[in-house]
Design a protein around this ligand. Structure first.
Ligand SMILES: C[S@@+](CC[C@H](N)C(=O)[O-])C[C@H]1O[C@@H](n2cnc3c(N)ncnc32)[C@H](O)[C@@H]1O
Length: 332
């Protein structure tokens, strides 16, 4: 495996001349009061916020990872039907607030019930379709770390469902190109024979964002990740950074109805987009507000979406222990 290099890799942003503030909005405040804010976190129930928000297109990108109903610290596990009814009520409120050229991205995994998995994207599909949204991609986000299961193959992917409201939508492909695998490849026949066939800006990152050596991966946030906070299920900033760059323009408004520690907000602020979020837990919201302030002032530490993969074959831990060779031989 080779480690790829990218001229775009960086860990710290450059600071803006005058940093905008982040408004912490209590659940007693009327959502309408948030309207003038570039960065706002509503600490309370997202459904209540949305119900009180004027029913008009406000958001250029809605991007979220809702609770998956798997019994995490921040959720009460319900039966699937109840959970989906709740999610539908929220999506019903979200769609009218999405601008006509905007995008909605729903990042979800599997609901697990008594050892059986229910891929949530299958359950969500009819809800989005019912609103007439148009699916552009079902992105497979593959990551390399997680628990190992004993009675099925260990789960290592989640999906991002990307929908647009109309055919006229923002898609900035050049902003998210990644280095091509064979940039030296040439046309081998036709009028361009002998000329380079690729794009000097790189290739389309494709719809499988995988932890393999020929594509550009976005690792999940585990204990040693530079972005790790107290939240048990943050999504990596790079995942949303790629969506923000591709699906919005500078100054656009990004909204996350289940903001957690504001990873989507960090991605938005780093790329000079505005951000609003809702988060039920005051503890997560506080961490999120802090991260958002750091991102706005150019101090956010994060792993960019186009950072090259770590070449694990170079690690001592990748060497096969000698005494395992005998054991492996005995089992076959
Ligand atoms: C999967 S986590 C999202 C994490 C987030 N993507 C991040 O990177 O930090 C889902 C979040 O939704 C929040 N949540 C659950 N029910 C909520 C509700 N009714 N209103 C607002 N937030 C809620 C949880 O506290 C949790 O932080």
């Amino acid at each position: 495996m080779t480690v790829k290099t990218s001229p775009k890799v960086k860990k710290r942003q450059s600071a803006p001349s005058k940093a905008p503030s982040v408004k912490r909005v209590s659940s007693k405040t009327a959502p309408d009061k948030v309207r003038a804010e570039d960065y706002a976190i509503w600490v309370g129930d997202t459904e209540k916020f949305l119900k009180k928000l004027p029913k008009e297109p406000l958001f250029d990108l809605i991007v979220s990872s809702p609770p998956y109903n798997i019994g995490k610290a921040y959720e009460k596990k319900n039966d699937l039907k109840q959970y989906m009814e709740w999610q539908k009520r929220i999506i019903d409120e979200l769609v009218p607030r999405l601008k006509p050229n905007g995008s909605l991205c729903w990042q979800i995994g599997n609901f697990v019930d008594n050892g059986q998995i229910v891929p949530l994207d299958i359950e969500f599909g009819p809800i989005f379709k019912g609103h007439g949204l148009q699916m552009r991609n079902r992105i497979i986000w593959h990551f390399g770390h997680g628990l190992h299961t004993q009675r099925r193959f260990s789960g290592r992917y989640e999906v991002v469902l990307w929908y647009t409201k109309t055919d006229d939508y923002v898609f900035n492909l050049d902003a998210v190109r990644v280095p091509a695998k064979y940039p030296g490849k040439k046309h081998f026949k036709g009028p361009k024979a002998g000329e380079l066939s690729g794009n000097p800006m790189g290739k389309n990152p494709e719809d499988v964002w995988a932890n393999l050596d020929d594509v550009w991966s976005i690792p999940n946030v585990k204990a040693n990740h530079v972005e790790k906070t107290l939240h048990p299920c943050q999504f990596p900033v790079g995942l949303i950074e790629r969506l923000v760059l591709a699906l919005t323009n500078k100054g656009d408004l990004v909204f996350d109805p289940f903001a957690g520690v504001c990873s989507a907000g960090v991605a938005a602020a780093i790329k000079k987009r505005r951000f609003w979020g809702c988060e039920l837990s005051a503890e997560y919201a506080e961490v999120g507000i802090q991260r958002l302030k750091e991102a706005i002032s150019g101090k956010a530490l994060y792993r960019p979406h186009d950072k090259p993969l770590y070449d694990h074959t170079q690690s001592n831990l990748s060497k096969f222990p000698d005494d395992w060779l005998t054991k492996k031989g005995e089992q076959k």
